[in-house]
Design a binder for this molecule. Sequence first.
Ligand code: ADP
Ligand code: MG
Length: 399
Amino acid sequence: MTGPLLAWSDAEGAARAGALFTAAFGAPPDGVWASPGRVNLIGEHVDYNGGLCLPMALPHRTFAAVRRRDDDVVRLVSSLAPDEAWAGTLGGIGPGLVGGWVGYAGGPAWALAQAGHALGGFDAAIDSCVPLGSGLSSSAAVECAVALALDELFVLGLAGSDEGRAALAAACVRAENEVAGAPTGGMDQAASLRATAGHALLLDTVDHSVAQVPFDLTTAGLALLVIDTRAEHALVDGQYAARRAACHAAAARLGVATLREVTDLDAALAALPDPVEQMRVRHVVTEIARVEQFVALVGEGRVREVGPLMDASHESLRVDYEVSCDELDVAVAAARAAGALGARMTGGGFGGSAIALVEAGRADAVAAEVAQAFAERGWRPPGILLASPSPGGARVASP
Ligand code: ADP
Ligand code: MG
């Protein structure tokens, strides 16, 4: 088995993005900014139901080397799309105007301008060690790294406070939803910009308020394994839209704005004639309660006791929400069999990643057991990351 995928240091990420910038544009950048991917500890598929979720930032980040220009030209390159460099103007970035990765990298400029900020042109080169399309939010990491660069280079003054970071996150959400065209909630951008080291981020998706929840794995002698199944299943977008629609239909039938407002689950289930809507509502309501229980346990220093909540979350997502898949179920089962305290799928489902809470000294052994379970089925080896609760995005280098 290959070892865990290690995160790049500030120096390594800055050197890589800086070298790409200089090769593409013939001069060094004004600076390099980095923003992390995230993993959600618990609270899945609740962000579009006014729920609570508990992501934490990964040590794995996307690096954007950026230079301000004094015209309105924008040029973008990424190591992940070396043949798809983009050049245009600020006015050429917006909903329906750009496709593919440019929506994520350029979209924040459009969204910040929409929010009334005065921007000019810029050149940007992007490199990343966040696994792509693994449910670890490489998309938000790109948006947030670029947004942080624009904030500083155009002196918007947002990154210095959590309130300002919330505004940057909102712009990145608009970039993802409206320019890249991906209908996601706000969890990813909040985690990438508003997380702090050593904490998970409790996000209330009604008002986007956050609380920093100390999540000290090291003192507890634990580690969090992220298992990227590398599975991709078709119909993900359609399934996501169907889950959203079912929740919104159930909320309308129950006469509540969002399923967050359901206080009596049994009464709600009795009022819903559609068995599928009943299942979806049961997941959302019990999942929000699990987030509250998780936060309460961690708050009392009982980190070792959250495993059963993770297991219950996975079962709820598998049985009631029907968003798991064989690869996620096998990863979770193998991790538990190898001694994980708890394990669950994380992210939207139908592939992507699972997480497992393990004894720190057992991380390699659990990872090896999961890899073995995949090998026995003839599947590609899973990618393994070790996740420690990391800080949100920031500038990492001057010229
Ligand atoms: P994830 O779970 O990783 O966020 P998404 O499908 O939401 O998966 O986002 C992946 C997309 O984000 C990529 O297809 C690409 O368009 C964009 N993206 C992510 N990282 C980069 C990068 N380093 N350079 C350019 N585009 C990126
Ligand atoms: Mg994404």
